[in-house]
Design a protein around this ligand. Structure first.
Ligand code: FAD
Length: 341
């Protein structure tokens, strides 16, 4: 990888000296914190130490006060909680307006948000309202102590090089960060922190109805799975995907796919892994009939064991695989399932 540095202004200079501290958006769904938020609290803690400042988790939702202690256990110094029925379900406009108001009031120098589907729609809403920069999908975060700059590194040009981006003249410096890039701290429930329950403003919009996301019918989410069985075009047909699903089920894992399979309409986009899909970091990744294109590999972060099944011994996937089986996945999958059962 080559390193390049972009430095750019977004709009006219602002007085950045008033900004201090790190905000982490504590994303929760159905009263459970997303692991990426805990990972970000841990990372924010080490960045805050370098800047000699504190970490504030921002928790929005309804009936969520029990999560504040968890955020403190994972490293937050302070939790700002806004609890209202109209915050029960995520809505980027409503959440965005609340976040913008809090950032204007508290003036954090850094805001970190998980690159989940919610985070990816929330972050640009905030950054465009505040007219500050946003670096999406960061994989490395560092601090330039002297300048109090966040060095935000992310893959660029199809993962062929790493770009380090700084937001020099505006605040806050905002990043979304892919799940599983950082490790959460060991929780310490004896840690003390400040929990600040915020007054509830009149909502600018109200949430009317949540329509079930039919695209997201995974039983085990790809982000949390320890084992992922992933299918590529080599599986042959939509019907054959059941073979990979069966293997995922016997292993207690999740089902993923390459873009070709998604583009063929065999599986929903929510299961696509890669540059334009999800980044995953299971312990074991079993690639069935996947060629191993660079855009697919870009979605595999820090995986302990990759197993590839491919009919072509020269398929690029074997360059990254720890174990390889050269053969027809439609024959090998039933054998594996039988053996494991
Ligand atoms: P193929 O390339 O068609 O490969 C099929 C493989 O299956 C071959 O290696 C073949 O040998 C093997 N095979 C065939 N039959 C069998 C069998 N019976 N048993 C076992 N093996 C068999 N791709 C992604 O996956 N994720 C992304 O996020 C993504 N983003 C992209 C973004 C951009 C900007 C671009 C340009 C491309 C992107 N792609 C992405 C597409 C990527 O370049 C590849 O085209 C895609 O990953 C190929 O999918 P595949 O390996 O399933 O299919």
């Amino acid at each position: 990888f080559n390193a390049i540095n972009f430095e750019f202004d977004v709009v006219e200079n602002v007085d950045i000296s008033n900004y201090e501290g790190i905000f982490v958006f504590a994303e929760q769904r159905y009263g459970k914190l997303k692991t990426v938020s805990l990972e970000l609290i841990g990372k924010a803690k080490s960045l805050a130490q370098e800047l000699n400042t504190s970490v504030t988790a921002v928790l929005l939702g309804h009936s969520i006060d029990n999560l504040s202690k968890e955020l403190i256990a994972y490293g937050a110094d302070k939790v700002l909680v806004m609890d209202a029925p109209w915050l029960n379900d995520f809505n980027d406009h409503v959440y965005g307006e609340v976040m913008v108001k809090l950032i204007k009031d508290y003036k954090p120098e850094i805001v970190l948000i998980g690159a989940t589907s919610n985070g990816r729609s929330l972050a640009p809403h905030i950054s465009s309202s505040l007219r500050t920069g946003l670096t999406a999908d960061c994989t490395v975060l560092d601090i330039d102590k002297e300048e109090r700059l966040l060095l935000q590194t992310r893959p660029a040009f199809g993962g062929n090089l790493m770009a380090t981006i700084v937001c020099e003249n505006h605040r806050p410096q905002m990043s979304t960060v892919r799940p599983k890039v950082f490790k959460p701290l060991e929780p310490d429930y004896s840690r003390e922190g400040i929990i600040n329950i915020l007054p509830i403003p009149t909502p600018v919009e109200r949430f009317v109805e949540k329509i079930k996301n039919i695209d997201n019918n995974e039983t085990i989410s790809l982000a949390d799975a320890d084992i992922i069985v992933s299918v590529g075009k080599g599986i042959g047909s939509a019907k054959n995907i059941q073979l990979a699903k069966d293997l995922a089920d016997v292993l207690g894992g999740a089902l993923g796919a390459s873009r070709s399979v998604v583009d063929s309409g065999w599986i929903p986009y929510s299961q696509q892994i890669g540059q334009t899909g999800k980044t995953v970091a299971p312990k074991i990744y079993i690639a069935c009939g996947i060629s191993g294109a660079i855009q697919h590999i870009a979605g595999l972060a820090d995986i302990e064991t990759i197993v590839a099944i491919n009919i072509d011994p020269d398929a690029p996937i074997f360059k990254v695989a720890h174990y390889g089986i050269v053969g027809d996945c439609r024959e090998i999958l039933p054998m594996l399932i039988k053996k494991i059962k």
